[in-house]
Design a protein around this ligand. Structure first.
Ligand SMILES: C[S@@+](CC[C@H](N)C(=O)[O-])C[C@H]1O[C@@H](n2cnc3c(N)ncnc32)[C@H](O)[C@@H]1O
Length: 377
């Protein structure tokens, strides 16, 4: 599709690179769009908060507070280790860490004393933002910021909110019974799609492992990076949990006839578009997460499936114990409390984020753990 807008600086760089070295896999293209050190969407500071998207952590601190309650329970399940590592992957500007740490310090003091919070974020601009918000927690030795995650996590939980949907994916299509890869090539000064042979045997292996066969003409994403990520997480974790919040599906649903064109979307100023090659570096690119793949690749590193529930069910199960008293801050007026209740609905109602988002939990080195967040409602 011809584009009339001026190419972004990253589009110019990519066209020049493709002319010199040939087409890029979509995963290479997506990596540049999101993480190019200068022009990548996530490399820049969040100058305009909520400009293109917002996540559950932006809705109300209750999300972080209930995650804190779940982590405190995991600490108990692990027999209250003296150090509980809470490793937040993709911490971004630090809103979840701030809500969680403030709440733990105020309401969960025994847990807080054992807490070793590591906010992992590759973007220097976003690391600077969350470090600034840590304040007293950093001084108390409870929280640090890191570009990469720790080599070893003896006991604790690795958790993320909307990280895995932002990891680069390959794109494939089934043509005449054969899997072909969708590359990003250049025509004149413009980026375009081009079909070719698979860039790696791992792409076909990915579908075989999950017993998935695409329909004729169906396009799909392959999240090899998410598979590598969960294996790495499992290897680094001694005992504990991996808790993933994201939108996504089990493989049989992700690759069914409802997703014939895959799930990749571009976001700019809260509008979704299928024009994935438009404005590289200036729009967010996301693909739905495959929880079956996380389960299967996690097993290779000793992770077992604890459960998969909607975000609505997870938050309701954790909040109902005290009738969502954690929603409120001391001294709030009735109007403020009403507003807090309305915001909560955004997080739990099916038409809001409640059913679109899922919570997937895996465990290692502990037998059949029972988690409040996974309890039936
Ligand atoms: C969609 S944002 C979500 C940010 C935050 N969790 C939130 O809910 O607002 C994804 C974040 O993950 C970071 N990220 C990307 N790859 C990562 C990786 N391999 N490890 C840790 N963080 C990563 C990005 O830089 C970005 O800040």
């Amino acid at each position: 599709m011809p584009r009339t807008t001026t190419p972004t600086p990253l589009a110019r760089l990519l066209v020049a690179r493709i002319r010199e070295r040939g087409p890029l896999t979509f995963a290479e293209y997506m990596r540049e769009c999101l993480y190019h050190p200068e022009h990548g969407y996530y490399s820049r500071a969040e100058t305009r908060r909520f400009a293109d998207y917002y996540t559950s952590v932006d809705v109300h601190p209750i999300f972080g507070r209930l995650v804190a309650r779940q982590l405190a329970e995991l600490w108990v399940l692990l027999d209250r280790p003296a150090e509980f590592w809470a490793v937040e992957a993709g911490a971004g500007a630090g809103r979840l860490s701030q809500h969680l740490l403030d709440f733990a310090a105020r309401e969960l003091s025994d847990f807080y004393r054992a807490l070793r919070y590591v906010a992992v974020e590759p973007s220097p601009a976003r690391r600077a933002a969350h470090t600034a918000s840590f304040g007293s927690h950093r001084k108390a030795g409870r929280a640090v910021s890191a570009a990469e995650w720790p080599a070893e996590i003896p006991a604790g939980c690795i958790f993320s909110n909307e990280l895995l949907d932002a990891l680069p994916v390959h794109r494939v299509v089934r043509e005449k019974g054969i899997l072909r890869e969708i590359y990003v090539a250049a025509r004149g000064d413009e980026l375009c799609e081009q079909l070719g042979a698979l860039s790696a045997p791992a792409l076909a292996e990915y579908f075989r492992t999950q017993g998935i066969e695409l329909l004729e003409g169906q396009q799909a994403e392959v999240g090899l990076e998410a598979c590598a990520w969960i294996e790495d997480a499992g290897r680094r974790l001694g005992r504990g949990f991996v808790l993933t919040v994201d939108y996504g599906h089990e493989a049989r649903e992700l690759y069914n006839e409802r997703h014939l064109r895959g799930t990749l979307l571009a976001y700019h100023q809260h509008r979704a578009s299928e024009d994935l090659l438009a404005a590289p570096g200036e729009q967010d690119l996301t693909a739905h997460v495959n929880f079956t793949a996380l389960d299967l690749w996690g097993r290779r590193a000793g992770l077992e499936r604890t459960g998969l529930v909607s975000q609505a069910r997870f938050l309701l199960a954790l909040g109902r114990g005290n009738e969502f008293a954690d929603l409120y801050d001391p001294g709030q007026s009735e109007v403020e409390r009403l507003r807090a209740r309305l915001l909560l609905k955004n997080l739990i109602f099916p038409e809001g984020m409640g059913e679109a988002f899922q919570v997937f939990i895996q465990h290692k080195g502990i037998e059949h753990p029972h988690l409040t967040g996974l309890e039936p409602c």
